[in-house]
Structures are given as structure tokens and as C-alpha cells.
Design a protein. Sequence first.
Length: 258
Amino acid sequence: MPLLNDRVVLVSGGTSGLGAAIARAAAREGALVAVTGRRREPGEALAAELAAAGTKALFVQADIGEVEQARATVTATVAGFGRVDSLVNAAGLTSRGTLLDTTPELFDAHIAVNLKAPFFLMQAVVADLVARQAPGTIVNVLSMSAHGGQPYLAPYVAAKAGLAGLTRNAAHAHRRDRIRINGLNIGWTDTEGEDETQRRFHGAGDDWREKAGASLPMGKLGQPDEIADFVVFLLSDRSGVVTGSVIDWDQNVLGGFD
């Protein structure tokens, strides 16, 4: 039987990059999938792609940095599918800022997308699960940078580190409701968003992927499809009773030195 057979999975930031890969992986494993995003065209295209492959799919246009829009994605998913069984917080903002040059506006933007949105999405989904006395699963996509990160990621690190703590707190609070909540600290990953970031902030050329891969232990960047399969595993019953775990999904070992 598929790992997510007939489960309703909501993926924030699910219209491109890692979020889209997670949506496709969940669909392949039998899920009914709702994806959120700010841009209508790619969102509708992905929903149509999933529907053409035989999956019941829904796109909800939203800027989840706005709390009411984030909450509305859960309301729309429940209206479309009758419930939400699983949530993946995959949306993220990665614009650069150091401790010295980050403005209050940039800091607030990171908190809004990378911490506040996951908080209130989890709140809405857990409320639905508790009201139905139903088990559920949540995966929060974090970053290896949550351990400390680069100097130019100060507001991003602050938000992701906060989300790591929130993941553990919520998992502890709702373990007796049979709601499992885990996080994934991903490393350097080959996505459309990362390509844009490398070109915009670091002046990268067309060969940046090859150069980056050559610098890494496994000789390649992290691949969205591989991460997506792991997320599906955490959403599914195959991951057993695991909850409150924040797992490093990376090829570098925290605390290891050459």
C-alpha cells in the first residue's frame, strides 16, 4: 500500500523547488495534495500536473507571511478535502543580512515567513486534528544554518533556530494527541530558489552547481527528490513513533573537523 494512501497533505511553498518535489512525492505515495504559493501560474500548473497523474490536487494562492492568509490555506484545504492529515512547512525566505546590516524590515520578513507562518499553520492544522481526535504528522523544513550559519544569514538563522525549538515544543505538547512533529535541517540543495540566490547575492555564473558540487564530500548538492522521499517517510507510519526530532539531512557532520 502507498505510504500516504488517502491522506490529505498540505505543503506550504509547494509550487516550486523542494516544496514541489515534496508535493509530487506525496502524490506518488497516494496522498491528496494541497499546495500553497504566492504565484498563481506555477501553482495551478503543478496542481494540473498532479491531477493529470491521477492525484486529487488543490492550489491555494497565498502569501503565508500574512497570518490570515496562512490560516486561510488550512481552511481552504479542509473545504476542498474535508480535513488535513499532514502538513509540510517548506516555504522559506533566504534573503541575506548580517548582524550589522539587517534592517528591522528584513528581520520582520524572515520571522514572518520562516517562523510565524509555520507557527500559525501548525496551530490551524493541529486544531483540526484535535477537534477530530485524529492522528497526524507535521514536518518542518529547517536548515543546517539553524546551528549557527554564515554571517550573512543572521535573520534567517534566528528564524530557523526558533522553528527548531518550536518543533520540539509542539511535538512534546501534542504527543498524546498522536500528532508527530519533526524537523529536517537540510544542507546546500539544488533548487530554482538557490539558483536565483546564488546569482543575485553571490554573482554566481552558469557553472556554480558544478563548482559547488565539487567542493562537497559526496560530489553533489543535495537533491530535492531525495529530501522529498525522506519527508514522505517522516509523514508516514513507516517512521513509527518518532516525534520531536530535528534531523540533520546533510553530507557534513556537525562538530566534525578535518
